[in-house]
Ligand binder design. Structure first.
Ligand SMILES: Cc1ncc(COP(=O)(O)O)c(C=O)c1O
Length: 377
């Protein structure tokens, strides 16, 4: 039985699992700081830390970043409970009944409308405290946020609300990786808004715009905290950045062969009988399927690594299993197969899996089931 994967010796007996590299995560954090010239970081760890594991990633980053950024109140409360030293920033729009809980837990909230600001302020006043908020400005994303041309008027009203601490202001790029006129204009709009607010005596402690792609390609003295997600995890937000920025993948996805099946020429395997053996073939069944988050749509193109070599799948991916076509290669039950990660000189990235699945790396990692064990190395 092969109890090694690449150069790593594996000490546990999980059937399928995720390995996380602390060193790679911290190296990526430093790369982002160096490229943006901005030491302060709001680490985007929403969606279960992009599928990597909220607790595991927060544990590594605690004390090293200014904020943890999440999308849901549930994630925010979990972080507050387990990592009380780090501020939590909530991107998501709260439902009315969620506001008292968020205010009571000292979660920093995103505000996109006057009505929302007033509801948060009223709640904070009734609890005899101030709620920290960051105002979101829509400079071209066309999603949440105050329209840039209405923002000054709205913010002048918001500043009169007694329950709020206006601690931050931010915007988002829809095409952050493209260094074009649209991106420049977005920054200009944001900058002139900040200048106008400043002339009216309104200044914000935190001013942010840069997601991963912009953190890696844009330096701007008006902005003083970056907001990266994907690049922290060592995945390039766009293929165009692969040649210019070196990132270290944080996650590996591995599984142990649970069963070996030898089939003969002409026999078929899997749902839909899409695979037919052309000669005697060894099939390795892995206890990992689309219910664990491995994308079903990758079945025709996907490859995995075994003993430093690439192998294709045999047929469609099942809910709990996938089948590897090992050809004539012998293997033993319990041997380790790498689905994302490195094995000897070969490597499969989340970007590769995304390409095979007709998807994007964001979706590949965020779909990885929270029940898969996470092992931090
Ligand atoms: C508002 C906002 N900021 C930052 C991020 C992080 O983006 P990325 O993962 O591309 O760095 C996201 C991601 O969805 C976002 O919605």
């Amino acid at each position: 039985m092969q109890n090694t994967a690449g150069s790593t010796t594996v000490k546990h007996q999980y059937a399928s699992w995720i390995e996380l590299s602390r060193d790679h995560l911290l190296a990526n954090l430093e790369t982002i700081r160096a490229r943006s010239g901005t030491p302060d970081v709001l680490a985007v760890i929403k969606a279960n830390a992009y599928g990597h594991g909220l607790r595991e990633i927060a544990q590594i980053l605690e004390g090293k970043v200014k904020f943890f950024g999440v999308a849901t109140l549930k994630e925010g409360l979990s972080l507050k409970e387990h990592f009380p030293k780090t501020s939590v920033f909530l991107f998501g729009h709260l439902l009315p009944h969620e506001i008292p809980v968020a205010v009571g837990s000292n979660i920093t909230m995103s505000v996109s409308s006057f009505a929302q600001a007033r509801a948060i302020s009223d709640c904070a006043e009734s609890l005899e405290r101030k709620a920290s908020v960051h105002l979101k400005i829509d400079t071209g994303m066309g999603r949440m946020g105050f329209r840039a041309d209405e923002a000054v008027r709205e913010i002048m009203k918001i500043r009169l609300l007694q329950g709020l601490l206006l601690d931050g202001i931010y915007m988002h790029f829809p095409t952050a990786e493209v260094e074009d006129l649209f991106r420049t204009k977005q920054i200009q709009k944001f900058q002139s808004l900040l200048e106008e607010l400043d002339r009216n005596g309104i200044a914000f402690r935190f001013r942010h715009a840069q997601n991963s792609a912009a953190s890696l390609t844009l330096k701007n003295p008006f902005l003083n905290i970056v907001r990266p997600g994907l690049a922290l995890y060592g995945i390039h937000p766009d293929p165009s950045l692969r040649d210019t920025v070196k990132l270290a993948p944080v996650l590996e996805l591995k599984s142990r062969i649970t069963f070996i099946k030898r089939i003969e020429s002409g026999e078929t395997a899997g749902y839909g009988r899409t695979f037919t053996a052309s000669s005697t073939t060894n099939l390795a069944i892995l206890p990992l399927g689309y219910s664990h988050g491995y994308p079903w749509s990758a079945w025709k193109n996907a490859q995995v690594l075994y003993r430093g070599n690439r192998y294709p799948l045999a047929g469609k991916i099942s809910m709990d299993y996938l089948t590897v076509n090992l050809g004539r290669q012998e293997a033993a039950e319990g041997d380790i197969v790498t689905l994302i990660g490195k094995d000897q000189d070969e490597r499969i990235s989340a970007e590769d899996v995304a390409q095979w699945a007709g998807s994007i790396p964001y979706e590949i990692v965020t779909q990885l089931n929270a029940n898969l064990p996470r092992v931090v190395a």
